[in-house]
Design a binder for this molecule. Sequence first.
Ligand code: 13P
Ligand code: ZN
Ligand code: NA
Length: 284
Amino acid sequence: MSLQASTEMLQAAREGKYAVAAFNVHTLEMLQAVAEAAAETQSPLIIQSTVGTVNHLGPDYIAAAAAVAAKRTGTPVALHLDHCTDYDLIVRCIRAGYTSVMIDASMYPFEENVARTAQVMAAAAAAGVNVEAELGKVGGVEDDIVVDERDALLADPDECAAFMARTGVHTLAPAIGTAHGIYKGTPNIDFARIARIADLVSAPLVLHGGSGIPADQVRQAVSLGMAKMNIATELRIAFSDAIKQVFGRLPDENDPRKYMVPAKEAVKRLAMEKMELCGCVGKA
Ligand code: 13P
Ligand code: ZN
Ligand code: NA
């Protein structure tokens, strides 16, 4: 199969009350690992890259590798640009082959978020690309977008409904109390707010800050309408810890395959666990 827009797989997930796991990858091995996890579990898959990783690897390299992944898995695979504030970079990624993009204008007032999202919708329409937008502010750190956790504002359900009517965006990421990175305690998720938003918005909802959310809370959020779960930090930790372990044992190792293979295996195992947790196993 070729890369496809994430719209259909996410609508099926919302209807079926499961979520598609969306993984932020930073290296070829991480991309291969999540693709192998999708193939082995027959799961739909969203491969994501942040703006930092797009700049690190190049959108053309990432799109080419993701296209190979889609061919190999035989399951639906989308390539998504995560948390992008820059219209020009969004257009570049669409041209390179991305099938889904996030315009993150959540730091602007409502009207400007609407305008910036609508501009991206227009650019994405011709290419059939899925567009995700954010309302409210997800706490924590994602690349160079920093939001003070204390000031993180949750999405207002009525504003979510108005935003959907104004923009027609395909998928919506409402801030509901999760944060990027690993939580200090347990996350304080506003489940009643998810339910109210899901009542007013029929589009698939996106759960950001997936790393570190306890399994029962993930299941509850998914049952209420969260149809995509973003996972970044836990994957990075699994990858890096596996490499550190190799160098702990073999400080003079200099064959990249000797540390990249265990790192890739660690990411693959974790990806399969997250797919199980999201309920998307066998939904390809
Ligand atoms: P985590 O780093 O908490 O997994 O968050 C991922 C995310 O929301 C990426 O957009
Ligand atoms: Zn995020
Ligand atoms: Na998190």
